[in-house]
Ligand binder design. Structure first.
Ligand code: OFO
Length: 169
């Protein structure tokens, strides 16, 4: 049976992953309003990834004999000053999520739950990729500045991103 402290840590992280899904859904709507379909696609993939991350923990907690307790999901922002500001927010958010997963790992170490440590390791590696992929778009947006033509070219590139169901754990 999973330690109660570990169970709570997983439940908190499930909420954080579903908040990420909700936040990116809100950003998807923002880019739809700007009529940038490539960014909309990029966010759609992000939304699906966050859903998969949340469900991965949901299923794992049940498999470990824990109880999933869903709590309310906070209201996300719905408006950003510009695409670059929106991606700055995504970058900050992913760094926050990395710190949260590290906290869950601290709990796993404290209660000596090696299986949970191994499981959370997947999420830490995923965060390295997430931060990198967001940072790449952010750097390009910063280079682009006010160049609308370059923004449309980036939009075309982001339209090619596809979702692959992750194998978690
Ligand atoms: Fe779940 O990786 Fe982003 O937040």
């Amino acid at each position: 049976m999973i330690d109660k402290k570990m169970e709570q840590a997983f439940n908190e992280q499930i909420n954080a992953e579903f908040f990420s899904e909700y936040l990116y859904l809100s950003m998807k709507a923002y880019f739809a309003d700007l009529n940038l379909p490539g960014f909309v696609n990029w966010l759609s993939v992000q939304v699906q990834e966050e859903h998969a991350h949340g469900m991965g923990m949901f299923d794992y907690l049940i498999q470990r004999g824990g109880t999933v307790k869903l709590s309310e999901i906070a209201k996300p922002d719905s408006c950003w000053a510009s695409p670059v500001e929106c991606f700055r927010k995504i970058s900050e958010h992913e760094q926050l999520v990395t710190s949260l997963i590290n906290k869950r790992m601290d709990v796993a170490e404290e209660v000596k739950d090696r299986a949970a440590m191994h499981f959370l390791d997947w999420y830490l590696k995923e965060q390295v990729e997430e931060e990198d992929s967001v940072c790449n778009v952010l750097r390009t947006l910063e280079l682009i500045g006010d160049d609308k033509h370059a923004l449309l070219m980036l939009d075309r590139e982001l339209a090619t991103r596809t979702f692959t169901q992750p194998v978690i754990g």
